[in-house]
Design a protein around this ligand. Sequence first.
Ligand code: ZN
Length: 435
Amino acid sequence: MRQWLSCAVALGLGAVPLPPLIGQARQPTTPPLILVKAGRLIDGRADAPLVGGGILIDGDRIKAVGPLAQVQAQARGVRLIDLSQMTVLPGFIDAHTHLLLQGDPTAQSYNEQLLYESTPYRAILAARNARIALEHGFTAIRDLETEGAMYADVDVKRAVERGEIPGPRIFASTRAMAPTGMYPIVSDNWELELPHGVQPVDGVEGARLAVRQQVAHGADWIKFYADRRYYFTPDSVLHSWVNFTDDEARAIVDEAHRLGRKVAAHAIGSDGIAAALRAGVNTIEHGDGMTDSLLDVLVARGVYWVPTVTVSVYVAGPRGGPWGPMVAHQRQAFAHGLKKGVKIVLGTDVGGFPWTELNEAKEFGYYVQYGMTPMQAIKSGTSLAAELLGEPGLGVVAPGTYADLVAVAGDPLKDITELERVRFVMKAGVTYLTQ
Ligand SMILES: [Zn+2]
């Protein structure tokens, strides 16, 4: 009930406990000026919060930010949103999600979704997931492939943009890529043509064609799987089998960059990470097998690391094998990366765990456990994530940026888990959740 109510309020319909009509959803009524009173304001950029802040919002953008009295002086006849008992932050950004997936701790749970659920059914669940993300305070996500659901992420994005369904800003990567036979579903039964979790891509020309096809169908980002089959050697180095030849991987990156798209590489073992870096990717996903020398390359080239700790912990038990030791290895590498100044951006891999089971904001807590200060963790899921996306209008509360705000009751600098209990969410000046 809370969910429908919040949406109805967002659309200016009052407390009607029914979903809004589609026609009305297309035209949310946003008053021209809003003044938000913020008890404590963490703006995503400053190292300390501002106590007693004011935020003036004009349409979908922030017009002014500062001490309340100062901002109030410019605000006549405004609508007031009183968050003076709360901490206000920029909307969160999750740099690694899967809207079209409902958890895949085991191969069986993955295969069942691809074999027994239609893409339309999966897209309906994705629409629900988009709402969950928004109500957990995530006003932007980078969705890193549909796992066999083709270009349905672009459809969900379109529906959000048109106001048909509530959801975060979506940066979509569509199908992702791996060479033939190197990504599920692969079966011993050669008589069956089974669904592919990614677009199978072979050869340099095939790589360029796949990038062009994905961009043509709406990909904002290009993703490829750099490796698979992870194993430790006795020296505690996490290795992997590399998927693409260097020529193929370079062709993917080169073509993507040529078309103005950045590239994310799934890379877990040290061999996969090294291969992805040789190819010139922009972000390393998971990166459990980071070594000191690989971390140095990330720093030197300004490559972002998106560790997705929540999913690592979630799948370690059900998957067994190296997956448990991989969590411990990643924790150590995370500490080294922090010391070296690697740009670590918050990403959860939600969809790898069910959207309905864990709140993505749990990831902030892991980063604090792993050595970040609460403020560093907040920046990794706001301003630094916006930098990864190349979106200066997101991730900070500042004049000219989008009015994407969340509020929590307590002080997340004292207890980071406050971020898992969001009380207020605004996207583009429209309130979607208020408690
Ligand atoms: Zn993922």
